[in-house]
Design a protein around this ligand. Sequence first.
Ligand code: SF4
Ligand code: SF4
Length: 287
Amino acid sequence: MKIVVASGKGGTGKSMFASSLALLFSEITNVVACDCDVDAPNLGLWLGVTTYDSVEAISTSERAKINNEKCVGCGKCFENCAFGAVEKIDSRFIINPLLCEGCGVCQLVCPTKAIDLAPVMNGEIRIKKTKWGFPLVSGQLKPGETGSGKIVQELRKRADELSHEIMILDAAAGIGCPVIASITGCDYAVLVTEPTPSGFSDLMRVLEVVNHFSVPYGVILNKWDINPEASQRIEKWSGERFLGKISYDREVVNSIVNLRPVILSKSKVKKEIRGIFGKIQESIEKE
Ligand code: SF4
Ligand code: SF4
C-alpha cells in the first residue's frame, strides 16, 4: 500500500502530516517513509533525523560533450538544441554544462558522431533507520542539476526493497516531474490544502495529476481557523472526500524547531491528526 501526501502548494503542511502518518501507521504495521521532495527534503526534520546511516551518490541524468577531433563545425547541434546549451565561441562549438538537459538531440543530429552523452552524478539517496523504528528514504538533487523525477523513481525502488506493508510518500510542491513520479503507482493520495486562494488553486492543479493516474484521494484542510469562511467553502467543495481539518498552532512550528514529531508534541493538533488518521483508514478500506 502506497500513500502519497501532496498539495500542489508549498507550506501547506505536507511533511508535517506525512511524518505524522508514518508514525501513526508504524504503531500498527511496518512502514517505510519516503521524502520525495528531492529539491528541498525536510521530512527527516519532522522525524527528528539529522544524520543518515547510508548516503549513496547516484546518476539519473546525462550531459553532452563534443569531441573536437570529430567536429566539423556544421552547427547542427547549435541549431537544434532547445535549451540553448550549445554555444558558439569564435568558430568552435561548446556545451554549457549548466544548460545541458542531456536530451540527446545534438547527438542525433550530429553528422560525424562527435557528441557523447556521459552520466552525471546528479543526486544522492540517503537511508536512516529512525528512532521510531521504521526507515526513512530521502533523495537530494545536487544544486544546478536536472533529473529530479528520476531520483524519486530511484528512491522509491530503494524503499520498495525495505520490508514494509505501508509506504508513505511525501511529495514536493508543484506538479512537476518529482510530483508526477511520487503520485504514479500510489494506492491513495492525501491532498493537504489551506484556506487561501493559492492553496485552493494549487489543490485543483495537483488534483488533475491525481485524477490522471486514477488515484483515489481525500482532502485535509490545514490551518483552517486562519480563514473559517474559506475553509467552509473548501470543506463543502470536498464533499465526501473531506478527511478533516487541522487548526493553526504555533506548537507545530516549535515541534520542528525542536526536531520532535508533531504527533509526539504538546500541540492540540495531535488529536485532530489522529481523527484524520482514522478517516484515512476507513477511506482506504472502502477503496
Ligand atoms: S543533450 Fe540536449 S540539452 Fe544537451 S546540448 Fe545536446 S541538445 Fe542541448
Ligand atoms: S553537430 Fe557535430 S559536427 Fe556539427 S558542430 Fe555540432 S558537434 Fe560539430
